[in-house]
Design a protein around this ligand. Sequence first.
Ligand SMILES: Cc1cc2nc3c(=O)[nH]c(=O)nc-3n(C[C@H](O)[C@H](O)[C@H](O)COP(=O)(O)OP(=O)(O)OC[C@H]3O[C@@H](n4cnc5c(N)ncnc54)[C@H](O)[C@@H]3O)c2cc1C
Length: 515
Amino acid sequence: MQRARQLQGLQGGTWDLIIIGGGASGLGLALDGASRGYKTLLLEARDFTQGTSSRSTKLLHGGVRYLAQGDFGLVYEALHERGTLIENAPHLCAWQGFVIPCSHLGHALFYGLGLKIYALMAGKLQAHGSDIVFRPEGLLPGVRPKKCQYAVRYYDGQFDDARLGITLALSAHAHGANLLNYMEVDRLLFDLDQKICGVGAQDRLGQQSFELRAPCVINATGVFTQRINQMDPSTAQNAITPSQGIHLVLDSKFLPSKHALMIPKTPDGRVLFAIPWHGKLLVGTTDTPLQEVRYDPLPLEEEIDFLLDTLGRYLEQPPTRQDVRSVFVGLRPLMASSHTRATKKLSRSHKIYIAPSGLVHLNGGKWTTYRRMAQETLDLCAQQGLLPPKTCQTKSLKLHGYTTDAPDSHLRVYGAQAQDILDLERADPTLARKIHPAHPYSYAQVFWALEHEVAFSLEDVLSRRIRLLLLDARAAYDCAMPVGQFMGTYLGWSAQKTTQEIASFQSLARAYILE
Ligand SMILES: Cc1cc2nc3c(=O)[nH]c(=O)nc-3n(C[C@H](O)[C@H](O)[C@H](O)COP(=O)(O)OP(=O)(O)OC[C@H]3O[C@@H](n4cnc5c(N)ncnc54)[C@H](O)[C@@H]3O)c2cc1C
């Protein structure tokens, strides 16, 4: 996908559907819309998935916690979507074993029964069952034996969120959608009856502005929705309550197991995961109500202490701040409620709301259910006459790069395109060089991100196309200089722009490093 071509497509283009926001919700809508045959345009103010959708816990799950809360509908739907996604994008999504350590038999029986129900609810789309392990020695090396007298093992899905995002963009593009990152919607257009008929947008890379028209406009701006809400005087019911969740990334030596650890009840009544991810251990998360919404939220000291303390109680070698390779933060767009202030009790379900102006809002939900959310939204738009009725195609639609034969390496996320990257490395020794000696990522991947994946900044490349910033923030900081220079040459940056870009990325990376 080339941004210049996408930009050209805006000139004189007509659309059935305009989507504001390129996170999980917006990208899911774009693929659904384009594959139904609607002329679809998606506008993203920054980079695809730069908001919440690159900062999740990376689980495709029904949510064991939501089962305990009695939210059976959400769990059932999410479990089915989990299976569908693993079938449609096996290069990005996979089954992951989880182990709940139990110090009492009663707990093991309790969780064992709950997880049997969880597995049964997934029906045919559950690849593995759950079991109670009475002698769990060796199942979770690194966990204190006293904490793990018994264990319950179950399976959920795991994925790479930002890579799934760019894959959805490429899939939608292949079905004819026009998608632009760095294109910010700054006003809404209304006809004489005050019905929405399009958007005004500003190109953040080229400074040009556009007026783009469609009978159906969907706001999928997640936690940033307030600004779009304010552009439409008729939008009244789309309030969200933001909540922050942080993750710590550690070396895998702290839990040298192929299984993830799941702690079902932390001192604040949440669940905590420590999950193998791209060769590291991803630990999360917290749920802290927030007032202010920003693109680069910062972790609170108490959140860091909480994760380290809670995990440390289970591990033989408790991690310290110095062991943290990266800390990253995401903001949940939870649906506001007048009944509770506790964000952990707010629904993780999504909400579709059509304002009197006809502006459609899709908000809340989970990555796991993005496909289903898109289907429901476009079906509703068709019912309301905003779009001509057409049948959803995404249930069995294979995503870009689909293959069941992807290499078992860091190139797996490219699926069928992994071979193209290997070919680049073979053909050009400059591209075969690693960007950092401690990590497998190569300049061929940087080149690929610039050439085929509409990456424009160091952050796009080192945080979302390659996940180094989240896996090892110091390494990302260290390679900003050479990668920035490589990008500057490719993108034709001036020396001043290259220096600025490197400094700006390094300043961002500092926030991911715990001193
Ligand atoms: C800590 C945490 C952990 C999570 N873990 C999981 C998990 O393990 N599994 C799971 O299924 N779900 C998980 N979730 C939920 C999931 O990540 C979110 O539901 C999902 O990413 C939200 O996507 P979105 O598209 O609605 O919002 P976003 O990803 O925030 O996307 C909104 C986009 O709109 C863009 N935008 C804003 N204003 C404008 C404008 N004016 N013009 C154009 N574009 C604009 C933004 O730049 C942004 O990219 C987690 C969430 C958090 C916070």
